[in-house]
Design a protein around this ligand. Structure first.
Ligand code: FES
Ligand code: FES
Length: 154
């Protein structure tokens, strides 16, 4: 079935069943491979993207529900001011270890800083709790979110 989605500010049309999860469309049909598959059950956060600015797990989100919504992936987040600040902080503090979870981490962090521009530790823990990192980069993630928040205030 033909579907058109707005992804990173561009209309993208493709053929897929309406019940196909967004993650499959992004990676396998449209080539946005920055968003990762982890658990496939909304448990790990590796597949996090934004829909209308809110973080969602794309592995369990049917594409048929998303027409006329605005989708942002890791490939498009640097085009937003907050996304650019988050990515800069991630690089400055060398947050990444293996990298597999990090697209999802960056997307959740960027959404947090839009809703809560100056988060404390409990805000960060609550917003990031669903993003699992097997390499244990949590301390650097928290520091990078605080650096991005400080840059936002400056
Ligand atoms: S792959 Fe979607 S939450 Fe794990
Ligand atoms: S950096 Fe390896 S899983 Fe998070």
């Amino acid at each position: 079935m033909a579907t058109t989605l707005n992804i990173n500010g561009q209309e993208r049309s493709f053929e897929a069943p309406h019940e196909m999860p967004l993650l499959w469309v992004l990676r396998d049909i449209l080539g946005f491979t920055g968003t990762k598959f982890g658990c496939g059950m909304a448990q790990c956060g590796a597949c996090t993207v934004h829909v209308d600015g809110k973080p969602v797990r794309s592995c369990v989100l049917p594409v048929g529900n998303l027409q006329s919504r605005s989708i942002t992936t890791i490939e498009g987040i640097a085009a937003t001011p907050v996304g650019a600040r988050v990515q800069k902080a991630w690089l400055d503090l060398e947050v990444v270890q293996c990298g597999y979870c990090q697209s999802g981490q960056v997307m959740s962090a960027a959404a947090l800083l839009v809703s809560t521009p100056d988060p404390d530790d409990s805000d960060i823990d609550a917003a990031m709790a669903g993003n699992i990192c097997r390499c244990g980069t949590y301390v650097r993630i928290r520091a990078a979110i605080k650096q991005a928040a400080a840059a936002q205030k400056a």
